[in-house]
Design a protein around this ligand. Structure first.
Ligand code: GLN
Length: 484
C-alpha cells in the first residue's frame, strides 16, 4: 500500500520505528499529486521544493527520537489561511498575487511541530459557495466521480484528503464549508466551537461565523489535529480563553447511555432517499452501541438559511471593503481614485462575491438595517436557544450533513437558492456557535459517499468525537477509497 494512503497516526508510528522517513512519505504524496491533480484539481499551489526541504528537516528531528505527532507529516492548507511567503489567493483574482508577510496561528503551530506543507487548496472565492465552482481559477473535481463537484467551499482540501493527495488538511467553515465537502468526498470534517480555534491569519468572510477545522481520513486524525490547533490565542480577540483538553483521550470510550437527539425538522421532504436511509441506519447503529435516541425539536430551523444569508453577507460586505486596489496588489486603473476602486472591484471579484457584497450592503444600509440585519440577529438568538433547549435533554444531536450526495458540475450554478440549500443542515450550527463533525455513513446506489453529522454542546467536541469514533470503529465506510 502506498504511503500516501496512510493516516497521521499510522505514519507517526512508522516514523517512530524508523521504518520510513518523512522524505519517503512526502515523495509518495507528491507523486500521488502528480498522478491525480491534473484530473482532480485540488491544489491552487503545490509547494514541492519546500515540502522536500521540510521533510529533510523533519527527518533530522526524528533521528533525535523525540518528536511531535505532526513532525514530517504532509498536510494541505485551504488557500484562505496565510502562510508567510506563500501565495494566498482565496481563489480570487483580487488576491491572485498576494504573498502574506505573516503566518496564521494554526499554521505556525504546525510549523512548531515540523509539519510538511504540500500546498494550498482550492475553494469557492472567499469561501462563498458549496461546490468550488465559484473559484476564480478552476473547479475541483470529486475523486469519487470526476463529473461531480467535491462540495465547498473547502472542496480542494476535502478532495485532496479523499484522493490521498495529502495525509490531512485544514478547511474553514462559515456555514458548512468543512462538513459538507467532507460528507460529499467521504472523509471526516470537524467544525469546532466558535472561539475554540484562532482565526488569526484566516482571511475573513463572516467573522462571527468563520472557524478553522480539520479534514482527515479518520476520527483519530481529527482529534490529533484538534489538539494542535485549539486553545486561546491573544492575536484573535474572539478566541476563547478556554484550555483545550486532549481530544484523543475520549477515543475508544463507550457510548452506552449517551442520549442522541434526532431533530424532527432535519428529516424533510426533498432529501435524497439514499441519504435518508443511510442516516437512519447510522442512528440504529449508534443505538446498537448503547446510545439512546430521543426526539428533539429545533423549531426555528426553517429560518436558518435566510438568517445566515443576511448576517454572512452583511459581515462579508464590511470585511471585503479592504480590497480596494491599494492594499493588496491587484489594481485596474481608472481616471480618478473612485473609478480605480470601481474598476478594481468590478474586475477583481467574481459574480457570487459581488452578489453578496450588494446583499450585505443593502441589509446594513440605513432604513433597512432594522428590518433585516437587526431582525436576523434576533432570529439568530432564537436558533441558538433552540440548541440550548435541546441540549438539556441530549448529549449530541444527529442529522444528515447534506440533503444530497455530490451533484454534477453545473447542476446548481444557475440557481443560487438551490446552491444555498446544500447547507440547510450545517448552517444553524454556525449560527449557534456549537461544534459539528461529519463522518462517512454510507454510499448512494451510484457509489457516492454520504455524511452523518454529529452536533455537540459549546466546547464539547469531546462528546462528538467519542461518538464519531465509536461509530467509525463499528463500520468500514472510512476505509473505502475512490478508484482513481
Ligand atoms: N456554502 C455556504 C456559503 O456559501 C457556506 C460557506 C462556508 O462555510 N464558507 O456561504
Amino acid at each position: 500500500m502506498g504511503l500516501y494512503r496512510k493516516t497521521i497516526a499510522e505514519i507517526h508510528g512508522l516514523l517512530k520505528k524508523g521504518e520510513v522517513t518523512s522524505k519517503d512519505v512526502t515523495a509518495s504524496v507528491l507523486k500521488r499529486i502528480d498522478e491525480l491533480d491534473d484530473r482532480v484539481h485540488a491544489y491552487v499551489t503545490v509547494t514541492r521544493d519546500m515540502a522536500m526541504a521540510s521533510a529533510d528537516a523533519a527527518d533530522r528531528r526524528i533521528l533525535s527520537g523525540d518528536f511531535p505527532l505532526l513532525c514530517g507529516i504532509p498536510i494541505a492548507i485551504k488557500d484562505n489561511m496565510c502562510i508567510n511567503g506563500i501565495r494566498t489567493t482565496c481563489s480570487s483574482r483580487i488576491l491572485e498575487n498576494f504573498i502574506p508577510p505573516y503566518e496564521s496561528t494554526v499554521t505556525s503551530r504546525f510549523l512548531e511541530q515540523g509539519y510538511v506543507l504540500t500546498g494550498k487548496t482550492n475553494l469557492d472565492e472567499f469561501a462563498m459557495g458549496s461546490s468550488t465552482e465559484n473559484s476564480a481559477f478552476f473547479t475541483t473535481r470529486n475523486p469519487w466521480d470526476l463529473e461531480r463537484i467535491p462540495g465547498g467551499s473547502s472542496g480542494g482540501s476535502a478532495a485532496a484528503v479523499a484522493g490521498d493527495e495529502c495525509i490531512a488538511a485544514l478547511g474553514s467553515d462559515t456555514g458548512g464549508s468543512i462538513r459538507q465537502p467532507a460528507a460529499l468526498c467521504g472523509v471526516v470534517g470537524l467544525k469546532p466551537t466558535y472561539g475554540r480555534v484562532s482565526r488569526y491569519g484566516l482571511v475573513a468572510f463572516a467573522s462571527s461565523l468563520d472557524q478553522i477545522g480539520p479534514i482527515t481520513k479518520d476520527v483519530r486524525d481529527s482529534a490529533i489535529l484538534m489538539n494542535v490547533i485549539s486553545g486561546h490565542d491573544p492575536m484573535d480577540s474572539t478566541s476563547a480563553p478556554v484550555t483545550a483538553p486532549d481530544f484523543t483521550a475520549v477515543l475508544g470510550m463507550e457510548i452506552k447511555g449517551m442520549r442522541i437527539g434526532i431533530p424532527k425538522e432535519y428529516f424533510i421532504e426533498g432529501m435524497d432517499k439514499d441519504v435518508d436511509v443511510s442516516v437512519r441506519e447510522a442512528i440504529k447503529r449508534l443505538e446498537s452501541l448503547g446510545a439512546v435516541p430521543v426526539e428533539v425539536t429545533l423549531p426555528h430551523t426553517g429560518y436558518a438559511i435566510a438568517t445566515y444569508y443576511i448576517l454572512a453577507t452583511s459581515e462579508a460586505s464590511s470585511n471585503l471593503a479592504r480590497y480596494d486596489g491599494v492594499k493588496y496588489g491587484f489594481r485596474e486603473a481608472g481616471k480618478d481614485l473612485l473609478e480605480m476602486y470601481m474598476n478594481t472591484r468590478a474586475r477583481g471579484f467574481g459574480a457570487e462575491v459581488k452578489r453578496r457584497i450588494m446583499l450585505g450592503t443593502y441589509a446594513l444600509s440605513s432604513g433597512y438595517y432594522e428590518a433585516y440585519y437587526k431582525k436576523a440577529q434576533q432570529v439568530r438568538t432564537l436558533i441558538k436557544r433552540d440548541f440550548d433547549e435541546a441540549f438539556k435533554s441530549v448529549d449530541v444531536i444527529v442529522t444528515p450533513t447534506a440533503p444530497t450526495a455530490a451533484f454534477r458540475l453545473g447542476e446548481k450554478t444557475e440557481d443560487p437558492l438551490q446552491m444555498y440549500l446544500s447547507d440547510i443542515f450545517t448552517i444553524s450550527v454556525n449560527l449557534a456557535g456549537v461544534p459539528g463533525i461529519s463522518i462517512p455513513c454510507g454510499f448512494t446506489s451510484n457509489n457516492l459517499p454520504i455524511g452523518l453529522q454529529l452536533i455537540g454542546k459549546h466546547f464539547d467536541e469531546e462528546t462528538i468525537l467519542k461518538a464519531a469514533y465509536a461509530y467509525e470503529q463499528s463500520t468500514d465506510w472510512h476505509e473505502r477509497k475512490p478508484k482513481i
